[in-house]
Design a binder for this molecule. Structure first.
Ligand code: AMP
Length: 362
């Protein structure tokens, strides 16, 4: 099957790699000439507003998916008029705007942080007065890895926050005092069948995901599945979705969802019976979904900014290395490792070894 993928970053690359044994052959539409996915599939290197590229792409592929959220939705709409697109356009559009995303959560009875739309400094003052402090000001669109966010701790921070982010549509969110952050990766097939991975427990550093530990059997798994299940059904979703949640003393509060494979699910490549990438491919291709059961005790450590020497990483037992083939740059995700062990304590030991190596090689 020829699968069209919009985007050509590491998520596309890992989708392409998992597609090969299933005879799912990717065509990446990605404007960046050096895109790291191009080694694992055909590359259509063209701007998204190029009509000739659109015609060529739609003619060549049987099904289309995407690997990043900021796909221009009119392009996806034009493709959808010619070939099936999964996940559905509506899911993408809702997730592209933090306000519509929160409104959908509210409609489905899913708890979120309190929020207010902000489009002027005066509106920001009003929102601060009603939500209280601390609060986080965020751009409604195009934010990722903590970019486009400003934490407001006192009223004196308001002008600087407005200065930093004002001019585009914003949202103010009340600060959630969570005890931990978790996410749930789920897959829904074309026939509506749904599977959920064990919860991922996530630790961020400087707004970027740093480590994820799989938590099979977690007491909050049923709550997370109920919330994600509502979302998947409401969106008539097909493919993999990741929902990020705050754990507030046992109650899960939704932060945001991604209509795609997600960094916090990368541990599933070696740490689950079927990886999130394979299940996404199975879902969009109309194939049966695979088991999401954990294998061993898996965890993920992101390699951010710089890559430690490959040989040093591989010298640590039970470590599986994924370099993305991207150039090193501060705050850029350039790779990850999966740690997969036989016990919890062994897992912590391996994670600590990887982190130590990262610190040494900075
Ligand atoms: P986001 O881009 O919305 O995923 O935010 C990045 C990170 O900022 C989250 O993973 C949290 O660690 C933190 N964060 C975002 N929103 C809130 C909030 N309303 N309250 C507390 N922390 C937050």
């Amino acid at each position: 099957m020829k699968l069209g993928i919009l985007g050509g970053g590491q998520l596309g690359r890992m989708l392409g790699m998992e597609g090969l044994p299933l005879a799912i052959d990717p065509l990446f539409w990605e404007p960046e000439a050096t895109a790291c996915a191009q080694l694992v599939g055909e590359h259509l290197c063209a701007a998204y507003d190029d009509p000739a590229a659109l015609a060529q792409f739609a003619q060549q592929v049987e099904v289309c998916t995407y690997e990043f959220e900021n796909v221009p939705s009119p392009v996806l709409g034009a493709i959808a008029a010619q070939v099936p697109v999964y996940p559905p356009l509506a899911a993408l559009e809702v997730s592209q705007d933090r306000l519509t995303e929160k409104q959908l959560f509210a409609r489905l009875g899913i708890p979120t942080a309190p929020y207010a739309a902000v489009d002027s400094e005066a509106a920001l003052r009003d929102a601060v007065a009603s939500l209280g402090l601390p609060a986080i000001l965020k751009t409604r669109r195009f934010g990722y890895d903590g970019k486009g966010q400003y934490v407001i701790r006192s009223e004196g921070d308001i002008p600087a926050a407005w200065q930093a982010l004002g001019g585009v549509p914003l949202i103010l969110e009340g600060f959630v005092n969570f005890v931990r952050e978790v996410s749930i990766v789920a897959a829904r097939g074309r026939d509506g069948s749904t599977v959920f991975y064990p919860l991922s427990e996530n630790v961020h550093r400087d707004g970027i995901l740093f480590t994820t530990r799989a938590r099979p059997g977690d007491s909050q798994q049923p709550q997370a599945e109920a919330i994600a299940g509502k979302l998947l059904a409401a969106l008539e979703y097909v493919g993999v979705l990741c929902l990020e949640l705050f754990d507030v003393n046992g109650t899960l509060v939704a932060n945001e969802f991604a209509p795609r494979v997600h960094n916090s699910g990368h541990w599933t490549i070696e740490g689950a019976e079927t990886s999130q990438f394979e299940n996404h491919l199975r879902a969009v291709a109309g194939l049966p979904l695979g088991s999401t059961a954990c294998v061993g005790f898996p965890a993920l450590v992101n390699l951010v900014g710089t890559l430690p020497p490959l040989a040093s990483l591989l010298a640590i037992p039970q470590v599986h290395v994924h370099f993305y083939g991207k150039s090193e740059k501060p705050a850029r995700k350039v790779g990850h490792v999966t740690v997969r062990t036989h016990s919890e304590s062994e897992r912590e030991q391996r994670i600590a070894q990887v982190i130590e190596l990262m610190q040494e090689s900075r």
